[in-house]
Design a protein around this ligand. Structure first.
Ligand SMILES: Cc1cc2nc3c(=O)[nH]c(=O)nc-3n(C[C@H](O)[C@H](O)[C@H](O)COP(=O)(O)OP(=O)(O)OC[C@H]3O[C@@H](n4cnc5c(N)ncnc54)[C@H](O)[C@@H]3O)c2cc1C
Length: 425
């Protein structure tokens, strides 16, 4: 880590995971940090209320390049490593023709590998033959384009879309392969079939937990980061939306549309909205699954269900969370809360059987919550960053480098390092 001989001032705009991570790195290096957050609270898409997540739920434990993920490293830095808890390990389900099937194993975000059993789930189609050429060239393509051609529409519609939809609320046909599956994109530039690339890309299970969260909720991560920042003398200002680029070194860690208002030439970025309905049910027997995903063809409004009380050992009551909203389809999200709750309960009853009225329910809306990386995203971001080379501005967060919490933490750290090395040394 770079450390500064003399105090240097730096502004961080946006107090989500990326902005907080950048601020911590800068403050640890001795910079005088001012963090300006537009809303009345820190955390952005991370928010725990009454012990339940209103937004992001868990983080990946491993970095795609190996070793612990940046989220785990952040927990260690903040003294929360011993408080990381893991899901029970129950499998997730997939709704096919109204019935729940186990989510096929050995896929790369839904793309089947050689060991994947698709029986009763999806019919393999397309043509994945070796033509003597790598599957893709240097240019980015959509996930849908490659998988439809190589493995058929059914695999995309029944498997890849629901899995990608769970992460991005988007569809495979509109999402960049390079940005959403960078490891697979790289393999496909040398491999001659998609199946072989997936075989090489799927990491064999080590039995180690894939996901983790902090007991008590992800807001503890935000609180610990805030305390540490205050200890390091950082100034934190809430309810201070930044409307003009501040002077001096700055980390911009805000959603794409907000950054575009501050910086000319910012690449356009679409966002998808999601709504989450969380319900506490009277004790009922839910399927032995952590939850399930719903392909669009099933004709339900919910696109996923999480059985919190099955998925997490520390959740005792019968809590379920239903997610609604797909890219380009905001209509369902405009309904009032009580309508969304009823819609979600009715959809869930169609899958698991009649359900009693919930004891309590809550709706959390994330308008424009998830960026939709269209093909070419990585190149557009790299070009825009290059155009900023002569200015003390670093971009961080889900608008650029990946939507997951670890990716946002890493992006914040990299933005801080760039300023420290190039502008504040
Ligand atoms: C419903 C939902 C569920 C998710 N689940 C998971 C999950 O389980 N696991 C996972 O890894 N990821 C998940 N994600 C993704 C992940 O949470 C986000 O991508 C990540 O938290 C984004 O962090 P960020 O710092 O880039 O942006 P944000 O969290 O969006 O933070 C940006 C901050 O900037 C502020 N801001 C905006 N404009 C201005 C301005 N002009 N001036 C000052 N401040 C401004 C905002 O108020 C906000 O606080 C989920 C996302 C959503 C929406």
């Amino acid at each position: 880590m770079v450390s500064l001989g003399s105090m240097r001032e730096v502004t961080v705009v946006g107090g989500g995971m990326a902005g907080l991570s950048a601020a911590l790195r800068l403050a640890e290096a001795g910079a005088a940090v001012t963090l300006r957050e537009g809303s009345g609270r820190l955390g952005g898409k991370l928010r725990t209320e009454h012990g339940l997540e209103a937004g992001a739920e868990n983080f990946l434990m491993r970095d795609p390049g190996g070793g612990p993920s940046a989220a785990v490293l952040l927990c260690e830095l903040l003294g929360l490593a011993d408080d990381i808890v893991h899901p029970t390990g129950l499998p997730a389900g997939l709704l096919i023709k109204g019935g729940l099937k186990p989510l096929p194993r050995g896929t790369f975000l839904g793309i089947p590998g050689p060991e994947t059993d698709l029986e009763g789930v999806a019919a393999l189609g397309g043509s994945d033959v070796d033509t003597g050429q790598p599957v893709v060239g240097a240019d980015d393509v959509s996930v849908g384009e490659v998988v439809r051609a190589r493995m058929g529409d059914d695999v995309v519609d029944k498997l890849v879309d629901p899995l990608l939809g769970g992460v991005y609320a988007g569809r495979a046909d509109g999402l960049s392969l390079e940005a959403t599956m960078p490891g697979l994109f790289k393999l496909l530039q040398t491999e001659h079939t998609l199946a072989e690339a997936v075989r090489r890309g799927v990491r064999p299970s080590t039995g180690e937990p894939v996901f983790g969260t902090v007991v008590g909720g992800l807001s503890r991560l935000i609180e610990a980061a805030t305390t540490r920042l205050a200890d390091l003398g950082a100034q934190i200002h809430l309810l201070e939306p930044v409307r003009a680029l501040p002077d001096g070194p700055v980390v911009l860690a805000v959603p794409g549309a907000k950054a575009a208002r501050l910086l000319d030439g910012h690449p356009p970025l679409e966002y998808a909205s999601v709504a989450l309905v969380t319900m506490e049910l009277p004790p009922v027997e839910l399927p032995e699954l952590s939850g399930f995903l719903v392909p669009e063809s099933e004709d339900l409004s919910i696109k996923a269900a999480t059985f919190f009380s099955r998925k997490w050992p520390h959740v005792k009551d019968t809590m379920v969370r239903l997610s609604l909203g797909r890219a380009g389809d905001p209509v369902v999200l405009q309904a009032p809360d009580d309508v969304l709750v009823e819609l979600a309960r009715r959809d869930l009853s169609k899958v698991v059987g009649a359900l009693p009225a919930p004891l309590a329910a809550r709706v959390d809306r994330w308008g424009g919550g998830l960026p939709q990386y269209e093909p070419g995203h990585v190149r557009r971001v790299a070009q825009f960053r290059a155009s900023l080379r002569d200015r003390p501005i670093a971009l961080a967060g889900a608008a650029y480098d990946g939507v997951g919490i670890p990716a946002c933490v890493k992006s914040g750290w990299q933005a801080a390092d760039l300023l420290l090395e190039r502008w504040m040394a």
